[in-house]
Design a protein around this ligand. Structure first.
Ligand SMILES: [Zn+2]
Length: 523
């Protein structure tokens, strides 16, 4: 499995100055199976941004060829890891449980605290490309010793294609007695089943040929040491390596796609996902990114013994675009809260507590419309929700924290999940192909929790999610109502936030002084 499919939206074919509401008609590729759709011209009816956002068709083709070549070079494993990392970052962000319209001031009201929008680990689980390149073929079984300064002989080899831990030790040159001792010492310290070909075995012998110690390097941030204790018996422990972190600022200009620009700036491509999620609802990068748009990022670089390991926490994002306008986001961890969150310059949470769109959809096949002509019933029949066309099996998430009040078949709704939320809100998810195991009446769900999969059960013309929102018994348009702003930080936290924000912003601005490599500054 490779990177996720690219949205081939020919953005460049459209009038750059056309208002967003006219954007869809002319040049855009028709979605397969599109039916008459009142939502077709709505910017919200576009597909959610995918990881790559190409701007020009020709460049897309060139880009594809390039990516194909890269894909071959990196091998299936690397792509799998990349896809896995992307998937992980896409699916694992949460939000916060508060309802959008009535900001609650006292933190005591937040029983569980906000969920982290972008778990740090998931974002950059992707290892740098160099690190996932296929390793050299395993070295010859008997390693050549290297004399170290204290007269010890040092041997180094890889686990390679050994069939197990014992054969790997044997191939490394250990006697069967030594193997048994090492294995015994490692019992409970190293999981022998999780050894990988790229793991390294390093050991030393004294001038008499006796095994002095052994290291097993299996993880980037730690390794296992086997040493002789005072009695001469081998004992093992895991040693953590110290991770050095440093905030670095990077900037770039969009030429073909945001993904390319981010890659050209020397950053991991998964950072696109961070931009997309953080600015969700503010800009749609797949339709509103333009050549010449600029971005700046402040991100933690994690190093081990001076060597780049991976990208860590993102601290600040800036995007300045022809269509997108000027967007900034700052990561801040308020006191007394479990995790940090993204804020704008005024100290307001960037994203509200609702997922306006509870699945990855292709287009809005039918908007909220109290006076709709029903396609099957052929009469005025209010459409009390939004229909998101998506293929069968597409994951459906809870739009906010709440309690399940219905999970099962319900007439024309087909398989239906209903969730009660704070503030008198209810959400309904209809026509589901299946309901997620464990989702049943009375169960608490978190925002973005998987509740089922898109289908076409009940009265439905094709696979889509009917998403309904009700407050105090009245149906509302989720696309309007759920677009509310996030909460302001409590007054007592604002001073600290502003100091932090100014510091981050100054670092961010330092990044834009010189043009990124191979790119001139965009207009
Ligand atoms: Zn519907």
């Amino acid at each position: 499995m490779g990177p996720r499919p690219v949205n081939l939206l020919p953005v460049a074919e459209r009038e750059p100055s056309a208002p967003p509401t006219l954007g869809g008609a002319a040049g855009s590729r028709d979605e397969p199976g599109a039916s008459a759709s009142e939502g077709g011209s709505d910017p919200l009816s576009r597909p959610l941004p995918s990881v790559d956002m190409p701007l020009l068709r020709g460049q897309v083709r060139a880009e594809r060829a390039k990516r194909l070549a890269l894909g071959i070079a990196l091998g299936v494993g690397a792509l799998g890891a990349l896809a896995f990392a992307i998937l992980g970052s896409d699916l694992s962000f949460g939000g916060d449980e508060e309802e959008p319209e009535a900001p609650i001031e006292e933190p005591a009201a937040l029983a569980t605290g906000p969920l982290e929008p972008l778990p740090e680990d998931a974002l950059f689980a992707e290892e740098p490309l160099e690190a996932v390149e296929p390793e050299e073929p395993p070295p010859p079984p008997e390693p050549e010793p290297v004399e170290s300064e204290d007269g010890l002989q040092r041997f180094e080899t890889q686990f390679g294609d050994a069939l197990g831990f014992r054969p790997a030790l044997v191939a490394a040159g250990l006697s069967s007695n030594e193997c048994a001792d090492v294995e015994q010492a490692l019992d409970g310290v190293l999981d022998f089943r999780r050894c990988r070909p790229e793991d390294r075995i390093v050991y030393e012998r004294d001038p008499a040929g006796e095994l002095v110690g052994l290291e097993y390097h299996d993880e980037a941030t730690s390794y296992v040491v086997v040493q002789r204790d005072d009695e001469g018996a081998l004992e093992a422990e895991r040693v953590e390596r110290e991770l050095e972190t440093q905030r670095v600022a990077r900037s770039g200009v969009v030429r073909t796609s945001l993904g390319d620009a981010i890659e050209n700036a020397g950053l991991g491509r998964t950072l696109v996902g961070v931009f997309v999620e953080v600015f969700d609802g503010k800009v749609n990068f797949s339709t509103q990114a333009r050549a010449g748009d600029r971005f700046r990022v402040l991100v933690e670089e994690e190093r081990l013994e001076g060597e780049f390991l991976r990208w860590g926490q993102v601290h600040a994002l800036e995007y300045t675009g022809q269509r997108a306008g000027e967007l900034r986001a700052f990561w801040f961890h308020p006191r007394g809260q479990e995790r940090g969150n993204w804020y704008d310059e005024t100290g307001r949470e960037l994203r509200g507590s609702w997922l306006r769109v509870p699945c990855r959809y292709d287009r809005i096949s039918s908007p909220f419309d109290p006076r709709r002509m029903h396609p099957i019933l052929r009469r005025i029949h209010p459409h009390n929700g939004v229909d998101f066309a998506a293929s069968t099996g597409t994951p459906v998430w809870a739009a906010a924290d709440g309690t399940v009040t219905w999970a099962g078949p319900k007439g024309a709704n087909g398989n239906l999940v209903s969730i009660r939320h704070e503030g008198g809100y209810m959400t309904h998810y209809a026509h589901l192909h299946r309901i997620q195991r464990g989702i049943r009446c009375g169960v608490r769900v978190d925002q973005r929790q998987l509740i089922g999969a898109v289908g076409t059960t009940g009265r439905s013309t094709g696979p889509h999610l009917h998403f309904g929102l009700k407050r105090n018994g009245r149906f509302l348009d989720p696309m309007e109502v759920l677009n509310g702003p996030g909460r302001m930080l409590p007054a007592g936290q604002l001073g600290r936030f502003r100091r932090r924000m100014r510091e981050l912003r100054a670092e961010l601005e330092a990044a834009g002084e010189e043009p990124a490599e191979g790119e001139e500054r965009g207009g």
